[in-house]
Design a protein around this ligand. Sequence first.
Ligand code: WT7
Length: 678
Amino acid sequence: MAKKTVPNDSTEASLAVHWKEEEVYAPATSFIAQANLADPGVFDRFSEKNFPECYKEYADLLTWYKYWEKTLDTSNPPFWKWFVGGELNACYNCVDRHLAQNRNKAALHFVPEPEQEGIQHITYQELWVRVNEFAALLQDFCGLKRGDRVTLHLPMTAELPITMLACARLGVIHSQVFSGFSGQACGERVADSTSRVLITMDAYYRGGTLLDHKKGADLAYEKAQELKAPPEKVLVWQRYPGKYSSPTPMVKGRDVAVNEILPKYRGHRVEPERMKSTDTLFLMYTSGSTGKPKAIQHGTGGYLAYVTGTSKYIQDIHPEDVYWCMADIGWITGHSYIVYGPLALCASSVIYEGVPTYPDAGRPWRIAEELGVNIFHTSPTAIRALRRAGDDIPKKYNYHFKHMTTVGEPIEPEVWRWFHRVVGKGEAVVVDTWWQTETGGFLCSTVPALMSMKPGSAGPGLPGIYPVVYDDEGIELPAGAGKAGNICIRNPWPGLMQSIWGDPDRMVSTYFQRYCKNKNSKDWRDWPYFAGDGAVFAQDGYFRILGRIDDVINVAGHRLGTKELESAALTVEEVAEAAVVPVPDEVKGRVPELYVALKPGHKASPALAEKISKALVAHIGPIAKPKHVWIVPDMPKTRSGKIMRRVLAAISTGGITGDITTLANPDVVELIRKTVQG
Ligand code: WT7
């Protein structure tokens, strides 16, 4: 059964066992006193003997039009169905149901990047009005209906959650593409999801510049047209309503300025659709080890219950909290923990448009002070960038966090301690939440009021999540084994994806085939979920996540497929072969470095390297910009012709190349080393 995979970061994994155990930190008593979850009975309630019924506790945080009949349906493994028979609407749960008690409470605080612009506070009542009016426009003007797909390419503005919620209200499946992704990448996703409409914004601020974002929509349209699936319309929100802020012209008959036609829908209200628990809520594209990005498909009832439950118990969100997750809504973190989870709990959620260190590294703390933020959620990449600016800056501001989260990649214990001591002023609890686009919500983390924190370790499985570490042979590595293996989750949980859009087999082969015990079994115990991360299971039951074991590079906490980057390099005419390897970066954690070999008759030059680098940015976005482009005479290859990325990675990082005698062309290794190391 289990096919052998060699971790591309094998050195890191083997080093892991030599890491020293970090000291632990206890949560503050003031935090425990107010926590949503301070009853240790939760572990028994969510233990295996009560599975899957334990998840009723999460489902009961929602308002159902029709209560569900079956908690978990396992009749078609591994396509699990949760809360079967139930009907609900995600928009209703995030907006309408809060009006009776909290209509005047801020739902969203939109913080524009230019500091003089002032913060916009949107109450639940106002959110309800704006969502209704936009839903009416989508329904009437675009003819959108339940089950249709729409691609969003929206920046971090209030219009993004308004658009998502309007779609959810109608049962329209939204697919938000990170605004930093290129127009071409967006166009591929429009085509793959056969979206009827593309929704974008004319411009937004980043790093002090008002960027032309509309031009991305033109490229996206072109790309989707080339793929024979252009959208019917392009809707363009205006960053400044009433004023068009992009130098790229609107295309007549195709592009529509939302803010110009929205007044027509003033006062319109749209009944939320009664969706089945198992209907799809949204798609979110992510990278895998093959070139093509895959759309992870998330459902309504299970997903919403899971993100609401974990927002309540792990993020400790109360309705009176001001919660700021500094991630981008274009990633799963933002969907689950800026929009759906916090709003379902009636929190006030902060949306910040720009760069955390703009105009200086004090910006996040000024925002926190002005809004009274008390829960702060971010990534190691952002923490490292803020740490660079020094300890004095957070001290200048009078904010207080009760709770902080780190997510997206392993955090170095030193960086964790800085976050806790300097940003958290030693008073905030810290949770390190390990999860994935596919998993919908957190998998491993400490329960903040009930467990101590350990720098660099995510923690044990959440209540109701039973992780396990297998070696390559499928043998379970017990706690304290001192060896790294592949972390898996033994059981289904409500946040898990439903499928991969248009390619359900890929879900089975990527996540379930690896450790499936019996493919004819309808018992969930035979279908562990394979996450694709290496991990060490410590004696105390905490998991230390080591990172991806497949051909995926985690850049600033987000996955980029190496094949995706390599195919972008191959679009440059002169390039014959390309290989990407991850190299450490002080701020971003990892960045891609690119090796290319040229077709005969072409010569290496800095201009060509620049052209190749630009191709990656154009195809994928600035996040894909390689640290270096090394033009080499040939790639190190096995006799069967496979490029040995491990050898290139060792050269990039100054490490040991190991045994190269089995290569078809061992001599090239020295030539490459000279090019890179001089
Ligand atoms: C991959 C998932 C989870 C939302 C943002 C990224 C890595 C994620 C942690 C953590 C160590 C982490 C894993 C995972 N990762 N959180 N707390 N500690 N590694 O979502 O783009 O789907 O990436 O991010 O490698 O597989 P994603």
